[in-house]
Design a protein around this ligand. Structure first.
Ligand SMILES: Cc1cc2nc3c(=O)[nH]c(=O)nc-3n(C[C@H](O)[C@H](O)[C@H](O)COP(=O)(O)OP(=O)(O)OC[C@H]3O[C@@H](n4cnc5c(N)ncnc54)[C@H](O)[C@@H]3O)c2cc1C
Length: 327
């Protein structure tokens, strides 16, 4: 088995994302399992400081492609910078953070270089000279054990929260230019700008009680029982990502790997399945009450109290009980 492991880092204007550090830790662990040392790859423009920060890790090298065409992420430029280098160096594994950005280009990159694709892994273990990978399927209801067949490079993406960001082994690595013809790298989209989500954001990290709602609520017009329970408990309202993506609640209510990380005294999760990206943002709560009509929903694995039922019946009953208890 070839043993070279690369890790491609994601950053925003030179700020390395938390999930990228998690991925560096995963790549180091993978390389150690294979008896090698991981190498990092950083794409961007003016990323010298970020490269220096990454170089304080136990890596064989930090390869940097610093070019104006890579100033903003575009799939065309990223694939242009990575495809020929992966093809010529043929590492065993190229590890990426599992993010919306990598989901956007990894499959195309795998196709361009003829590599295998193993997205969203949460764990791996060496098994008799082979590797056994774990990844969620069926919206996290099942964990699949996967073995890669065949030869050649495999592109792997690492699920957020699966490896600790503070698990990176520190050290000193040389910074080198990535061996690629950057003149041939062309962005395939024009980025007109970024819009920060800001304004009067709610700080859910300070809330002592949170009533969080998921896609199971069924729509923006069906929030009344959630609001009533939150009011009765004196709680803030939180949400899973689909609720935000559907525009049912504003983005500052999102809890999870790409939202806020909370640890209230009481967390009520209603109509939330319990995908790992949600769990990483709330599993530190002192008491978790989960309401879901599916008894097999993964949220029940972290719940202290589980109620199997329709949230539109359970929440009003809980609200009544809270009001009665408060007199
Ligand atoms: C890079 C990335 C980042 C992400 N970041 C986040 C994040 O920060 N936060 C986050 O939450 N997700 C995040 N996700 C999405 C995540 O993977 C899941 O898709 C999401 O958490 C699922 O949300 P949900 O549980 O509300 O919806 P679903 O998975 O659709 O689950 C809905 C649940 O509601 C139940 N239900 C349906 N009707 C009722 C009813 N009437 N009464 C009771 N129960 C009912 C169903 O049984 C089901 O379990 C991210 C994904 C990616 C790829």
């Amino acid at each position: 088995m070839a043993n070279e492991v690369w890790v491609v880092l994601q950053h925003r204007e030179g700020q390395i994302s938390r999930i990228s550090w998690e991925t560096v830790g995963a790549a180091q662990k993978l390389a150690a399992t294979l008896g090698s040392k991981a190498e990092a790859v950083l794409l961007g423009s003016g990323v010298g400081l970020a490269a220096a920060e990454v170089a304080k890790s136990d890596l064989a090298a930090v390869h940097v492609a610093d070019h104006d065409a890579l100033r903003a992420y575009t799939p065309g430029a990223y694939i242009g910078a990575l495809a020929s280098t992966i093809q010529s160096a043929a590492p065993a594994f190229v590890v990426f953070p599992h993010t919306y950005q990598t989901v956007d280009y990894m499959a195309r990159l795998a196709q361009a270089v003829g590599a295998g694709l193993l997205p969203q892994v949460t764990a791996f273990q060496g098994e008799g000279g082979d590797l056994l990978w774990t990844r969620p399927v069926m919206s996290g209801k099942l964990q699949a054990k996967v073995r890669v067949k065949g030869e050649g490079t495999v592109l792997v993406s690492v699920q957020s929260g699966a490896f600790p960001a503070d698990g990176v082994v520190r050290g000193e690595a040389p910074v080198k230019p990535l061996e690629v013809d950057l003149a041939a790298v062309k962005p395939d989209r024009e980025i007109l700008g970024y819009e920060e989500v800001g304004g009067d954001t709610v700080d859910l990290t300070k809330a002592e009680i949170i009533v969080a709602v998921g896609r199971g609520v069924g729509g923006a017009d069906k929030m009344a029982p959630v609001e009533a329970l939150a009011k009765a408990l004196g709680a803030e309202i939180g949400a899973s990502r689909p609720v935000i993506d559907n525009g049912w609640l504003p983005r500052d209510r999102q809890i999870g790997s790409s939202g806020q990380t909370v640890a209230p005294k009481l967390y009520v999760a209603a109509g939330i399945s319990g995908a790992i990206q949600h769990l990483v943002g709330m599993k530190g709560s002192s008491v978790i009450v989960a309401i879901n009509k599916d008894p097999g929903a993964p949220i029940f694995t972290v719940a202290d109290y589980g109620i199997v039922g329709d949230l539109h019946e359970v929440l009003p009953a809980l609200t009544e009980a809270v009001r009665a208890a408060k007199g």
